[in-house]
Design a binder for this molecule. Structure first.
Ligand SMILES: [Zn+2]
Ligand SMILES: [Zn+2]
Length: 444
C-alpha cells in the first residue's frame, strides 16, 4: 500500500508573498464543479488569483500542474472548526489549524468562538483576522459569540461583531439557554442575512454524560447522553428561528429525532440548514472503549439506528453539508479516564478521505454530490462566492488522487491534535495540491 506520509509535503508559506507566480495551468484534470454541473476532463488557467479560462485544451508557457488521472474540485469549505487561538495554543494555533486545513483540501474554515477570550468583542475578531492573514494558508471566516464568554448570561455585541466581519453567530460548545437572548440574536443576524449556528444540547438532559446513552453505556457503566438532549433543542431552535423569521443552521446533527424535526421544518418552508460530521455517519457507539477517549465527542457517537438514518438523510438530500467540528486536544486532556476526558475529534485532515470512502465508494452518493456537500453547498450557507470553478471566480481548488489509499495515522497530522478514533482506518483519496487565491499552499 503506498503511504502518502512517506513523501514530504511541500508547503509554501504566505501565498500573498509569492508574487512571482502569477499564472498556473492545471492540465488534464477531471474537473468536478457542482455549481455548473461540470464533470469532465478540462484544463484550467489561473491568473492573479482568479480562474481565467476553462477549456478542453490550453497551452502556453505557464507554471503547470499535471492533473492527469486526478480530480480537480472546488476547495472545501468547512463551516465548523475549532482553531483554539487565542487562549488554547497548546491544542492548536491559527497557523497549525489552517495548515492542517489545506493538507485536508480545505480552503475556507469557519472558526468557532469558544476561545479564551471568546470571540465576543471586536478586538478578538481583528486578532484572528490578522493571525489568519499572517499564516497564509486557508481562509478563515469567523463565527462570533451570541453571549459574552459563551456563558449564556449576557448578550455579546452582535451588531459590532457583524460590522467587524463575522459571518455567523454561535455559542458552540453550549446551548444558549435564555430564549430572549436567542430571539435577539436571530433578529440581529437578519440585518446581514447571516445564519445562527446552533449547538443543540439540553444540559439538564445531558446531565454531564460522556457518551451515547444506550446498551454500550450501560455495559461500560458510563453516564449516557440521551438523543432527546439534542432533539429537544433542535425543535426549540427551529421554532425560535421561525418566530423571528431568521435563519438557523443546526450544528453537528447526530440523532434520528433531530433530523425528523429538521425534515419537517424544511418541508414547512422554514429557513433551516444542517451539517454533519464524518464520525456521525460512519461510527456507532459500539467502538467506545472506557480506556480510549479519542472517541469522546459532543454530541456523542450514536447507536446504529441513528448512524444508518444519517446515511439515508445524506442520500435523500436532507443534509446540507459535511463539516468536521475539528476539535484538537493535547493528550493531557484525552489520555485520561473516559468520563474525565475533553470532548472532541481532530478531523480536518481526514474528512474528505473518510467521506469519499464511506459515502461514495460504499455506493451511497456520487462523487459530485460529495463535492457539493463539502464546497459549493456550505459556501452558499455562509454567503461566500467560493466553491465554484468558473471563469472569473476565485481560484480556491483542491486536486485529489482517488486511486491512492492510505492508513490514517494521526502522528502524521499537521494539526497539533492527534485525537481521532480513525487511526488505522484505510481510506481512499489523497489530497495532492491545495490552491488558495490562485497560489499553491499545499503540495503532497
Ligand atoms: Zn458543538
Ligand atoms: Zn464545535
Amino acid at each position: 500500500m503506498p503511504s502518502y506520509a512517506h513523501k514530504k509535503a511541500f508547503l509554501y508559506r504566505n501565498p500573498d508573498e509569492l508574487e512571482e507566480i502569477v499564472s498556473i495551468l492545471i492540465k488534464n484534470g477531471h474537473v468536478i464543479n457542482p455549481a455548473t454541473h461540470l464533470s469532465d476532463i478540462k484544463d484550467i488557467l489561473i491568473s492573479e488569483g482568479k480562474i481565467e479560462k476553462i477549456a478542453d485544451s490550453i497551452d502556453g508557457d505557464y507554471e503547470t500542474i499535471d492533473a492527469t488521472g486526478k480530480i480537480v474540485s472546488p476547495g472545501f469549505i468547512d463551516l465548523h472548526v475549532h482553531l483554539r487561538e487565542p487562549g488554547f495554543e497548546v491544542k492548536e494555533t491559527i497557523e497549525s489549524g489552517t495548515k492542517a486545513a489545506v493538507a485536508g483540501g480545505v480552503t475556507t474554515v469557519v472558526c468557532m468562538p469558544n476561545t479564551k477570550p471568546a470571540i465576543h468583542d471586536v478586538e478578538t475578531v481583528k486578532f484572528i483576522q490578522k493571525k489568519a492573514k499572517e499564516a497564509g494558508y486557508a481562509r478563515v471566516e469567523i463565527a462570533g459569540a451570541i453571549t459574552k464568554d459563551i456563558s449564556g448570561q449576557e448578550q455579546a455585541p452582535i451588531d459590532e461583531l457583524i460590522d467587524a466581519g463575522i459571518i455567523s453567530v454561535s455559542d458552540d460548545g453550549r446551548t444558549t439557554p435564555i430564549l430572549d437572548m436567542m430571539k435577539e440574536a436571530f433578529r440581529k443576524i437578519k440585518r446581514k442575512k447571516l445564519c445562527l449556528m446552533a449547538h443543540t444540547e439540553d444540559e439538564a438532559l445531558a446531565k454531564h454524560g460522556c457518551m451515547n446513552e444506550g446498551e454500550r453505556s450501560r455495559q461500560l457503566g458510563l453516564i449516557g447522553i440521551p438523543n432527546a438532549a439534542e432533539s429537544n433543542i433542535v425543535k426549540r431552535d427551529i421554532e425560535l428561528c421561525h418566530e423571528t423569521d431568521s435563519r438557523l443552521h443546526v450544528c453537528h446533527v447526530s440523532t434520528k429525532e433531530s433530523m425528523e424535526h429538521i425534515i419537517k421544518g424544511k418541508s414547512e418552508g422554514k429557513s433551516v440548514t444542517v451539517e454533519i460530521c464524518p464520525h456521525h455517519f460512519i461510527l456507532t457507539d459500539d467502538i467506545v472503549e472506557a480506556d480510549d477517549a479519542y472517541s469522546k465527542v459532543n454530541p456523542p457517537i450514536r447507536a446504529e439506528k441513528d448512524r444508518d438514518f444519517m446515511i439515508e438523510c445524506i442520500k435523500e438530500g436532507h443534509i446540507d453539508c459535511i463539516v468536521t467540528d475539528h476539535a484538537p486536544h493535547e493528550d493531557a486532556t484525552k489520555k485520561v479516564p473516559y468520563e474525565k476526558a475533553a470532548f472532541g475529534i481532530c478531523g480536518i485532515e481526514t474528512s474528505f478521505a473518510l467521506s469519499y470512502t464511506y459515502l461514495v465508494k460504499a455506493g451511497h452518493i456520487t462523487l459530485e454530490k460529495l463535492v457539493d456537500l463539502m464546497s459549493y453547498s456550505p459556501g452558499k450557507i455562509i454567503g461566500v462566492d467560493r466553491g465554484n470553478i468558473a471563469e472569473g471566480h476565485v481560484a480556491d481548488l483542491t486536486i485529489i488522487d482517488l486511486n491512492q489509499s492510505y492508513e490514517i495515522d494521526s502522528n502524521k497530522f499537521y494539526s497539533k491534535g492527534k485525537n481521532t478514533p480513525f487511526n488505522g482506518y484505510t481510506v481512499n483519496g489523497v489530497i495532492e495540491h491545495t490552491l488558495v487565491n490562485g497560489k499553491v499552499v499545499f503540495r503532497r
